[in-house]
Ligand binder design. Structure first.
Ligand code: AMP
Length: 116
């Protein structure tokens, strides 16, 4: 039995979230602490802890994260102006929730990449 994460609880409806997308083993919901006008977390329903733990068998669902990002960006009307996708992995990237997720950020000029 895979370990229950905060995001598993959201996916299962055990804790509330503003879900914007759910399809083919991927769920997406608004970040509780948004860093941009649109800030959505795109999460595989399978609780993969992070990028270090992805396996060959996860290739299909990982592709679906990108397809979801594209569809949600269209849904949120940010596709044309552009957006940023971020996946934090581990300590140096300040990963807080160990259930793999892609941040979709947009809705204004996000600046250049990250601080040095
Ligand atoms: P990361 O640092 O990449 O692990 O990002 C975790 C993200 O989860 C942060 O941006 C948090 O604001 C967000 N977060 C934490 N708890 C919740 C929640 N209950 N609902 C939505 N987003 C959350």
């Amino acid at each position: 039995m895979a370990e229950e994460t905060l995001f598993t609880k959201i996916i299962n409806g055990e804790i509330p979230a503003d879900i914007v997308y759910r399809e083919g083993g991927v769920t997406a919901f608004r970040d509780i602490n948004p860093r941009a006008p649109t800030h959505v977390l795109i999460v595989p329903d399978k609780p993969i802890p992070g990028v270090n733990e992805v396996a060959e068998a996860d290739a299909e669902v990982l592709g679906k994260l990108f397809l979801a990002a594209k569809k949600i960006a269209e849904q949120e009307n940010i596709a044309a102006d552009g957006y940023r996708l971020i996946i934090n992995c581990g300590k140096n990237a300040h990963q807080e929730v160990f259930h793999l997720h892609m941040h979709l950020l947009g809705g204004h000029d996000l600046g250049c990449m990250v601080a040095a």
